[in-house]
Design a binder for this molecule. Structure first.
Ligand code: AMP
Ligand code: MG
Length: 486
């Protein structure tokens, strides 16, 4: 374990030339203080978690007196927002402070979100609010512990600085850790500005750092695109399997590594409604839950377009054509795991499709449905599951079919249930749970943020003293609307 002074800092992105970023230091918040810190994420940096309690940590990471080895910069990018190309984006309120390389040789970008204005701020104030920092802090850690590739969150800095959103809120900042901050939109920026040399240099940077084996391929850039297609398809399959809705799948929010990135008005779907829209500003439902697989493909098309100077068109088209198969295979495998089915056959696809139809018509709580099913022994009364449905008869018919299928496999019932509980979380970050933690934090009490963080590190475990956190949302919790302003 390292101290702040012995952290291994190696700023590779800053070695690219200045067309990729603008160098500038963060503008610290007034009376900034550490309000939440995540020991799991500190481990990624080989940093002893106790180091985060030193006053020097606050200074070095919040920007009051930066770590001497950091080389802060705001990255440039562009992207398609709600389907429309915006040529002028970039880190408008985030600053890449530096990069840490750990003993495993992994690089982690240290990114301060809410760092103050940058040349890319446009009309924004360069700030983030406490509400959105808490949501990203808890959301990204929740996804990580569900096994979904994602950026991580190291800590939150709070302040009394007022920030104007729909109302006046408290300013805050988040330290996000990510293996990369390169987005689809980073490639689009260089493509649309006809900067092919930089486009290639950016691809070379990503390949050298994340996919060194591709350097031996006939066309490393074609491999990079295939990797983006595959990792994005797998990520979406995983999102769909747990009911995660990202909310703002603009191409500037899509990581080139296919990891969950840039948390805004995301939400975990509670009642199963395929058209679930978590972002209340998304009036047309472009980023509704059931749109995510298609939107990711749309975004991959935008990335393919940006890579046309580097990859023959046929290779791009072939990779794009492989997306749907990869996504479906990945999604079905996750559903078979959730149902505890080994050696699945084509018939099982029908079982899954029929289940999705049943859920869509009846809107039971998605998480509670699967968790109850994972506790339903073959000889047990099916009421706890069937009673979640409006049309109980249809639910019973499906459960009966499922039971018949499951009893045919050479697996003890206890083993099936055990496997299912490892695939169906009991605890997710429900909106009402996040909201309660935010409301307390706004009053200065961060204990609920920490309680939720710890709870969500073990989403699949029974945690008897935390039972109420697995409950249905209250009516109040169901009607919460998530603002896209952050
Ligand atoms: P997002 O939808 O949060 O991914 O942001 C889209 C773009 O707007 C990015 O370039 C952000 O850096 C920028 N942005 C978002 N909020 C702010 C803000 N408060 N101040 C400055 N820029 C912002
Ligand atoms: Mg963004």
């Amino acid at each position: 374990m390292r101290t702040l002074e012995t952290l291994q800092i190696d700023n590779q992105f800053a070695r690219l030339d200045e067309t990729f970023y603008t160098r500038l230091a963060p503008t610290p918040l007034h009376d900034v203080r550490l309000v939440a810190s995540n020991p799991d994420a500190a481990q990624l940096l080989d940093l002893d978690p106790a180091q985060m309690q030193r006053p020097e940590f606050l200074d070095m990471f919040s920007g009051k007196k930066l770590h001497p080895k950091f080389e802060p910069l705001a990255m440039v990018y562009s992207g398609h927002q709600f389907g429309v190309y915006n040529p002028q984006l970039g880190d408008g309120r985030g600053i890449l402070l530096g990069e840490v390389v750990n003993e495993k040789g992994e690089y982690w970008d240290i990114h301060l979100k809410g760092a103050g204005k940058t040349p890319y701020s446009r009309f924004g104030d360069g700030r983030a609010v406490l509400r959105s920092c808490i949501r990203e802090y808890l959301g990204s850690e929740a996804l990580h512990h569900l096994g979904i590739p994602t950026s991580r969150a190291l800590c939150i800095f709070g302040s009394r600085e007022p920030v104007q959103r729909e109302t006046i809120e408290q300013g805050a900042a988040l330290i996000r850790l990510s293996p990369s901050h390169v987005r689809f939109g980073s490639f689009e920026f260089f493509f649309y500005n006809r900067m092919e040399e930089q486009l290639q240099a950016l691809a070379d940077f990503v390949i050298a750092r994340h996919y060194p084996d591709f350097q031996q391929a006939d066309n490393p850039y074609a491999e990079l695109f295939r990797a983006a297609v595959n990792s994005t398809a797998d990520m979406i399959a995983h999102w769909q399997s747990v009911g995660f809705a990202h909310g703002v799948m603009n191409t500037d929010n899509m990581s080139i590594l296919g990891i969950t990135f840039d948390y805004g008005p995301f939400g975990f779907m509670e009642d199963f409604v395929p058209g679930y829209i978590c972002n209340h500003s998304d009036h047309n439902g472009r980023y509704a839950f059931h749109q995510q697989p298609g939107i990711a493909l749309w975004n991959l098309n935008a990335l393919a377009q940006a890579l046309t100077p580097l990859v023959p068109q046929q290779d791009l088209v072939d990779a794009l054509r492989s997306y749907e198969g990869r996504l479906l295979t990945s999604f079905h495998q996750r559903m078979y795991d959730k149902l505890g089915l080994a050696n699945a056959t084509a018939d099982d696809q029908t079982l899954v499709t029929d289940l999705i139809g049943l859920l869509s018509n009846n809107h039971p709580d998605y998480t509670i449905f699967f968790r109850r099913l994972s506790r339903l022994a073959h000889d047990a009364d099916m009421a706890p599951v069937a009673d979640l449905f409006i049309d109980r008869e249809s639910a019973r018919t499906w459960i009966q079919r499922y039971r018949q299928r499951a009893t045919q496999q050479p697996m003890a019932d206890a083993e099936r249930l055990h496997r299912m509980q490892a695939s169906n979380p009991k605890y997710i970050l429900r909106n009402y749970l996040a909201q309660s933690a935010i409301e307390k934090a706004e009053q200065g009490d961060f204990s609920e943020v920490e309680r939720l963080r710890v709870l969500l590190t073990k989403p699949f475990d029974e945690q008897p003293e935390m039972e109420k956190y697995a409950d249905f949302p209250t009516d109040w919790g169901k009607s919460l609307e998530i603002s896209c302003s952050s």
